[in-house]
Design a protein around this ligand. Structure first.
Ligand SMILES: [Zn+2]
Length: 258
């Protein structure tokens, strides 16, 4: 599942093959046929590629930016020219082709071409909380301020998924952060101290930064999708249940998470 680290990993792979290049742009998906993106982006170099939480921005010359969010199902692929893609070409929404590489967005439910100024004023983007992966320093003050504005009865696990509070944490890292910090994801925000809230971020952030470098989320999994298996810390069976308005499945250890 694409979370902030997955997106950052994709951006890290795209940067060396796209930055400074003028890619040929194709939009095979019918939804984008009327947008004339190939014409609008023709001859423009990619200036920069950056991310905020789960959002990725491909910034072209001439104040035009491609904004992408993969939600649950999308993915980015970076391939040397001629290499077979990992998903069917029918599922490609965007192809950026250079002399040596193809960068492909598959099954991307959010893909839009916007002006640079709109990326700054767009309400969804301007409302995002601090990026958990931003370097050198995470904005703890803003994170705590946003958390304290949230419904105090909301479970802390569910609150960590709210991108207005902290951007980049998804279902996997929510579960793993709560387990690492020994905090029950069902505990109400009101009963989570500032130090505990920061411990949750402190548990997720270094692991996500590592995964953004290596592309490997799996070796960090202690509870996510391990329901019924013994907790690596106390051996109690890991539990799982849907949580929050979106009923996202959470995983936790009732033995050692309080
Ligand atoms: Zn345990």
């Amino acid at each position: 599942m694409p979370e902030g680290d997955t997106i950052r990993y994709a951006a890290n792979r795209m940067r060396p093959v796209l930055e400074g290049q003028v890619p040929e742009v194709r939009t095979p998906h019918p939804r984008h046929r009327m947008g004339r993106w190939p014409q609008r982006l023709h001859g423009r170099a990619v200036r920069a590629i950056d991310t905020h939480g789960k959002h990725l921005f491909l910034r072209f010359e001439g104040e035009l930016t491609l904004h992408s969010h993969l939600r649950m199902s999308g993915s980015w692929g970076v391939y040397p020219r001629g290499r077979r893609w990992r998903r069917s070409p029918h599922r490609a929404w965007l192809v950026l082709r250079t002399a040596g590489h193809e960068v492909v967005q598959f099954d991307g439910p959010v893909l839009e071409l916007m002006t640079e100024s709109r990326t700054r004023f767009d309400q969804r983007l301007a409302g995002l909380g601090p990026d958990i992966l931003v370097e050198p320093r995470f904005d703890s003050e803003r994170f705590l301020a946003r958390l304290r504005q949230d419904d105090p009865t909301r479970g802390i696990g569910d609150a960590l998924l709210d991108q207005r509070t902290v951007a980049g944490i998804g279902n996997l890292w929510k579960a793993e952060a709560c387990w690492e910090a020994g905090i029950d994801p069902w505990r109400a925000i009101a009963r989570v101290s500032d130090d505990e809230a920061l411990a949750l971020v402190g548990a997720a952030r270094p692991r996500m930064l590592e995964s953004a470098r290596t592309g490997d989320q799996d070796s960090h999994r202690r509870v996510y999708r391990r329901a019924g298996m013994p907790c690596p810390r106390c051996l109690a069976p890991i539990r799982s249940r849907g949580q929050g308005d979106d009923n996202r499945r959470t995983y936790w250890c009732p033995g050692c998470q309080r």
